[in-house]
Structure formats: C-alpha cells, structure tokens
Ligand binder design. Sequence first.
Ligand code: ADP
Ligand code: MG
Length: 255
Amino acid sequence: MTTETVLRAVGVTKRFGDLPVLRGIDLTVTAGEVVCLMGPSGSGKSTFLRCVNQLERPDGGYLEVRSELLGWKRRGDTLRELSHREIARQRRGIGMVFQRFNLFPHLTVLQNVTEAPVRTRALPRAEAERTARELLERVGLAEKGNAYPGQLSGGQQQRVAIARSLATRPFLMLFDEPTSALDPELVGEVLAVMRTLAEQGMTMIVVTHEAGFARDVADRIVFMDGGVIVEEGPPARLLSAPSHPRTKDFLARVT
Ligand code: ADP
Ligand code: MG
C-alpha cells in the first residue's frame, strides 16, 4: 500500500479584510485517500479548497502537493513567486468540481470535455476526443457527446463537469458541494460517479453535507468550524460519536 503524501497543508491562514477565514489549517492527504470536509456555512471550506487549487493564496502557512510547494519556489533561504505559467502547470494536476457546473453552454458535451486538454495542448485533438469519450462512458453519458448542456438535467451536467475535470488527468480531485444545487432525485447519480472514482483509487477532498456518502465513501471526515479543524477521524466514529459539541450540533442538523 502506498503512503505517498498528495497534499500537505501546514498552518494555512487566510483573511478577507478584517475577517479571518482560515486560522491555521493543518491537513495531510495521502494517495488514494477520500477526505470529506464538513462543517457549517462560512467555516472556510471553500476557501481552503480554493487555496489548494490556487484560486486564492494563503496569507500564512503553506501548501505542498506531491512535495512541491504551491505558488512559490525555494531558492536556498529565499522564496520566489512562481510565474503564471508555473502556477498553471501546478493547477493542471488538480481537478475541481463546483456546486455550479459552469459548463460552456455553446459547446457540446464532447467539446466541453476536450476543451481544456486541447487548449493547453496537453493532448492532440484526436486523442483528447478519444479520452473524452472514455470519460463520458465512465460517468454514464456515452450517448450525450453531441448534446448541449442546456439539453441535460442538472445531474447529467454535473457528471459532464466531473468528466471535464478528469480530462487533464488530475491526481487530486476537489469537490465543493457538488450535489447541493441539484434536485434531490438527481443527487444519487452524481454521488454514484464520485463513489466509483473513489473506488478506482482517486485521491479526493469532498466538501459535502451528504452524511450517507461520507459514511460509505470517506476514509476520514474532517470537521471545520470558524476557520479551524475542530475534529477529524474515521466516519464511523465521527458520525456516530463526535466528541466536539460543534460537530454534534452540525450533524444533528444535516443527518
Ligand atoms: P464555506 O465554504 O465553509 O461556507 P467560505 O470559505 O465560502 O466558507 O467562506 C468563509 C468566510 O469567508 C465567509 O464568511 C465568507 O463570506 C468569506 N469570504 C469567502 N470568500 C470571500 C471573498 N472573496 N471576499 C470576502 N469574504 C469572503
Ligand atoms: Mg462553500
């Protein structure tokens, strides 16, 4: 069994103006691990994922992905900021799926999935299309390649968004409440795709309120509140016998 460290966050802090949003996050995620990040609205979950994906830059602490410092290069004792190009390279290894699918409405499903690898010249078009068809099959949408996003249900659109984020062959997938904008009857199909991805060994950090998914799929639940991790542990323990009162409160509301 591998224990490669995929993500290491050390003392990550972030504030927006006067508001401290992350107040020292320490988190290590190893290869193949599925971590569910739970906690009340405003606790900093999205901001943390956005720091991992370099959509935000921490004010303090640091993040490493596969032992590589994010956003900075060590030069002896000094740090140099990475260029946009170097940051783009680091970001390519990390896929992110948002609450809102943000598909390009004027592109077909297949074009949505091939867009990033073709634009970044990661793959020649023919190969990108072959990969895209495989990915659409994996998310159960092999027949929808020529459809436009507007012709699909929300659950189907989110599955396309997952396929799209897999197209650049990430080794770490971030999900930020991927089912919370969906009608209840469409949640299951998206969770099923995520579950399969987890079973295939993908390293995942999933922000979700879906306690059932967390119980079945997560290796570990990390509970955040007020910009800190208040508690973490295996789902069986955390969901049935949380030790922190804030975790108890939160779980009483979502389960
Ligand atoms: P969560 O995802 O846990 O609901 P967020 O990370 O989205 O929490 O937000 C944490 C806090 O940071 C909230 O109070 C939110 O209003 C604030 N916040 C998030 N992004 C910004 C921003 N770009 N500018 C100012 N405040 C922000
Ligand atoms: Mg959020």
